[in-house]
Design a protein around this ligand. Structure first.
Ligand SMILES: Nc1nc2c(ncn2[C@@H]2O[C@H](COP(=O)(O)OP(=O)(O)OP(=O)(O)O)[C@@H](O)[C@H]2O)c(=O)[nH]1
Ligand SMILES: [Mg+2]
Ligand SMILES: [Zn+2]
Length: 368
């Protein structure tokens, strides 16, 4: 039996998230003699791919065309050549989900930060003042990725006062409908069990600013110091951009974790749906406005303004919603609609397959 037999592939790669659906997706490449593997790190045109034959270094020139969103990324499932110098990645399997932000460059290209993730964990340090607008921005991209967003409020040991802490958690919860908000101390151990339970299922990516404690949390979940950690700067508490590559790690308790370098900022990239999900309570209120095209400015019968008046909806939320909608419209106007649609097709496909399966069960619905 060769090491590329189905059984050995599955036992070697299952800890990295390999399942029947990936096996099926990979089947045509298997008959070409290629090896399946998951990208655990990418740097400068090369990547490390975990396969049934161990971790192989491979060149991505074959699958890296001009489109930055097609670039092989940590978390991708790929088909690699069994040998060769250099050895090449030949194909990247269609993504189920992908976390994309726009680069800070003027051209606002999309940049993919992680592929095939089930949970997008936004790490926010409790050691510095909360920036709810930034959390909302991260969450818009997280929802848009197709993954379930989670907020981890890190360094909870630095806020020992229970009342203060619960106010902070509440503020974030108000800004994150439908998102679990978990205070965690990687050093003290608090909340780690909750995060461990979340990450045990599927693939999770840790995102956030430098110094938020992502790698410290990754090490705590791994039970050993794999990732390098560095103290934040004394002057302003900012991180030192310690982690420089995106690293995929298999967790001892099951599940896969991607640790990423700290982000200075995240720009929205075609995240209209995500913005709607971050502000779902406003979109629900808007359905009750008297006019269906209500701009919630001064219209009579506006349910959104009424909710602000009654104190149910913080005014900051509406302002933030508007700001992110405007930013998203600017980005969408600048990028090529056809390209966006084509890229989306890949990672929305999983959802489409799920829907098709459901329809097959229920019987087809009337076509419009
Ligand atoms: N008090 C306390 N400090 C923590 C905790 N988690 C992380 N830190 C500290 O925060 C600093 C930065 O931690 P890192 O894990 O390197 O942060 P990071 O988010 O990975 O940073 P980058 O790799 O630069 O993006 C280190 O000094 C950690 O010891 C925590 O739970 N409590
Ligand atoms: Mg780090
Ligand atoms: Zn209104």
């Amino acid at each position: 039996m060769t090491s590329s037999s189905a059984a050995s592939v599955s036992s070697a790669l299952a800890p990295y998230g390999w399942d029947d659906a990936w096996a099926k997706e990979f089947a045509p490449h298997s008959s070409e003699g290629l090896l399946p593997g998951r990208v655990i790190r990418v740097d400068r045109g090369q990547c490390d791919v975990v396969t049934a034959d161990g971790v192989l270094r491979a060149d991505t020139a074959f699958v890296t065309p001009h489109d930055p969103l097609r670039v092989v990324c940590t978390g991708d499932w790929v088909a690699v050549e069994p040998g060769g110098n250099p050895r090449y990645v030949r194909t990247c399997l269609p993504r189920r989900t992908a976390f994309v932000r726009s680069t800070s460059s003027k051209r606002s290209e999309g940049q993919i930060l992680a592929a095939n993730v089930d949970h997008a964990i936004v790490a926010v340090s409790l050691a510095v003042e909360l920036d709810l607008g930034r959390i909302e921005r991260f969450l818009a991209l997280a929802w848009e990725s197709g993954a379930q967003p989670v907020v981890v409020l890190s360094k909870a040991d630095l806020v020992p006062d229970a009342v203060t802490r619960s106010h902070l958690v509440q503020d974030v919860e108000t800004s994150a409908p439908g998102v679990p908000v978990v205070p965690v101390s990687a050093l003290g151990g608090e909340g780690l069990d909750v995060v461990a339970a979340i990450v045990a299922g599927g693939t999770s990516v840790l995102l956030g600013q430098s110094g938020a404690g992502k790698s410290t949390l990754a090490n705590a979940l791994l039970g050993e110091d794999v990732m390098t950690v560095q103290a934040t700067r004394d002057v302003d508490g900012k991180g030192r951009h310690t982690t420089t590559t995106r690293n995929l790690l298999a967790l001892p308790g099951g599940g896969v974790l991607i640790d990423t370098p700290g982000l200075r900022g995240v720009g929205l990239w075609d995240a209209g749906t995500g913005v709607g999900q971050v502000f779902s309570e406003i979109e629900e209120l808007a359905e009750r406005c008297r006019f269906h095209d209500c701009a919630h400015e001064a219209e009579p019968g506006c349910a959104v303004l009424a909710a602000i008046d009654s104190g149910e909806l913080p005014e900051r939320r509406l302002a933030s919603y508007r700001k992110l909608l405007r930013e998203n419209q600017r980005i969408v106007a600048k990028t090529d609609a056809r390209l966006r649609a084509e890229i989306r097709k890949d990672w929305k496909r999983k959802g489409a397959i799920g829907r098709a399966a459901m329809e097959a069960k229920r019987g087809p619905r009337r076509r419009s």
